[in-house]
Write a protein that binds this ligand. Structure first.
Ligand SMILES: [Zn+2]
Length: 281
């Protein structure tokens, strides 16, 4: 049984079974379950409204470091081109780029060159867009093939590593650290957020996107927000709690319906007391 580190204030006293699955929902990535039967569920906290994924399936192959290349295979370049070529109004990534550019203008002011660490870059379409926006970008992903693809195709420096394992002092510090649809995939999201805070410069901020469980649940348990890869599905409240517990100060949490149809929560958070930021202005 998973022991996620996102403990809620009720210490598990208010968890109750919510969704149960006897077979994979339509569209879920097929993982080799090595003969294990498909059985999983989410428990939900009735105070912070967070969903905790529960199953005994061995998914160790899932994040052995080849998620992007296992998902896309030799189509990484083709899929990259397709996403980059989407018209802005149809592109989740274009919306993300615009949010970051606008917020950074407000938060960082006129900065000569904004440094970005993107954690869990996948195909690299996001750091590619930020490079074109003039930012100095570094992509980090556990998948070495994805990193090769990012360096060659997106022209972005890439580090093949597990963010939770990498030495933060070796990484250095960045004005902006982004975690786009990443922390719901790990068992210990707060550890990942704490590390993101650590590698964010004192004037900088962290940007987090997670699936919006509140909105997705209205349409039912088979939506992609509740696919097996998601150990955690966040509510507005539980995302705020996770950020606070990780030493980050939420500046905003917003609900989005993205052009792809995904329900998403997006948050900007400071890595230092908000009062000192106000004092810097
Ligand atoms: Zn709770």
């Amino acid at each position: 049984m998973l022991r996620p580190s996102l403990e809620c204030p009720c210490d598990g006293s208010f968890l109750s079974p919510d969704f149960t699955y006897e077979e994979a929902p339509l569209g879920e990535t097929k993982f080799d379950l090595a003969g294990q039967g498909y059985q999983r569920s989410y428990e939900r906290c009735s105070l912070c409204l967070h969903w905790f994924g529960r199953h005994n399936l061995d998914l160790t192959g899932l994040y052995a470091g080849d998620y992007a290349s296992a998902t896309y295979g030799d189509r990484m370049g083709t899929v990259f081109d397709r996403i980059v070529g989407l018209p802005p109004e149809n592109s989740d990534n274009a919306g993300r780029r615009n949010r970051l550019v606008e917020f950074a203008r407000h938060w960082l002011g006129t900065s000569p060159e904004i440094t970005l660490l993107d954690v869990g870059s996948g195909l690299g379409v996001f750091p590619y867009a930020m490079r074109l926006a003039g930012w100095s970008c570094t992509a980090l992903d556990p998948d070495p093939l994805a990193c090769e693809h990012i360096a060659a195709k997106a022209g972005v420096a890439s580090i093949a590593a597990d963010f939770l394992e990498v030495d933060p002092l070796a990484l250095g510090s960045f004005d902006v650290v982004t975690l786009n649809k990443v922390i719901e995939h790990v068992e210990e999201p707060c550890e990942m957020l704490r590390k993101a805070s650590f590698v964010t410069s004192s004037r900088g901020f962290v940007y987090v996107e997670v699936p919006d469980g509140d909105m997705a649940a209205v349409e039912g348990p088979d939506r992609e927000e509740f696919f097996i890869e998601h150990h955690h599905v966040f509510s507005v409240a539980s995302l705020g709690l996770a950020l606070e517990r990780s030493g980050l100060r939420p500046i905003s949490i917003e609900r989005l319906r993205e052009p792809s149809g995904k329900y998403t929560l997006v948050s900007f958070a400071a890595s230092h007391p908000l009062s000192s930021q106000a004092g810097n202005k």
